[in-house]
Ligand binder design. Structure first.
Ligand code: SF4
Length: 212
């Protein structure tokens, strides 16, 4: 994708969805952090189903600690890898209570120091909860970044760094949401729906998938 094509690429995605939001349901930074921790290799729909029951009972680090690992497992059993996720979430809550007064910290280093929190999770929390223009590269963004030629890279970190360099500042806050949604619903893994893709004129992928 040429530099001059990047602006219309994002302007087109923006026009279709001016205020994109995460599909995970949350009302506080801690709920968001917990939901993102639970969402690895699981669908947002599946996580929402579990957290709709969990959060009314426990939506603070201390309340999750009070629930304990077994109690927590009871709420998240329907989510893949729930045992290790329960362990990580309880350990993270312990650290939040002990070191951060029960609040979610706002720096990447402090977030990544929490058990179970990697670079991608930290990026989601920084972006969605605290409004920082970070790029949380998941499988969809990795694919779209490479396929379109917007941000080619061999690793998620490479794609993230290219995005930070190439996405114009005015689109940086929402860029990762637009790319995730585009990858989830249009530029899908097996057969991208190029025939109904609004950004096809700017995308390098060839040959484009024809209409069925
Ligand atoms: S034209 Fe096809 S490959 Fe390119 S972004 Fe659209 S759906 Fe994806």
């Amino acid at each position: 994708m040429k530099k001059k094509e990047i602006e219309p690429f994002f302007a087109t995605l923006q026009a279709a969805n001016p205020e994109p939001e995460t599909e995970l349901e949350y009302t506080t930074p801690f709920e968001l952090l917990a939901a993102v921790l639970l969402s690895a290799q699981a669908t947002d729909v599946g996580v929402n189903k579990a957290t709709r029951k969990l959060f009314p009972v426990a939506n603070t680090p201390q309340a999750i600690l009070d629930l304990g690992i077994e109690g927590l497992e009871g709420y998240i059993k329907t989510i893949g890898l729930y045992r290790s996720k329960a362990k990580h979430l309880v350990e993270a809550c312990r650290m939040l209570v002990d070191k951060h007064g029960g609040e979610v910290p706002r720096t990447r280093a402090e977030l990544e120091a929490l058990p179970g929190v990697g670079r991608k999770t930290a990026n989601v929390v920084l972006n969605v909860a605290f409004g920082e223009p970070t790029m949380a590269v998941d499988t969809h963004i990795f694919r779209v970044g490479n396929r379109t030629g917007l941000a080619p890279g061999k690793t998620p970190l490479e794609v993230e760094q290219k995005l930070m360099k190439r996405v114009p500042p005015e689109f940086r806050l929402h860029a990762h949401h637009w790319l995730i949604l585009h990858g989830r619903y249009v530029c899908v893994a097996r057969k991208p729906m190029c025939w109904k893709c609004a950004v096809a004129p700017y995308c390098d992928y060839k040959p484009k998938t024809p209409a069925p």
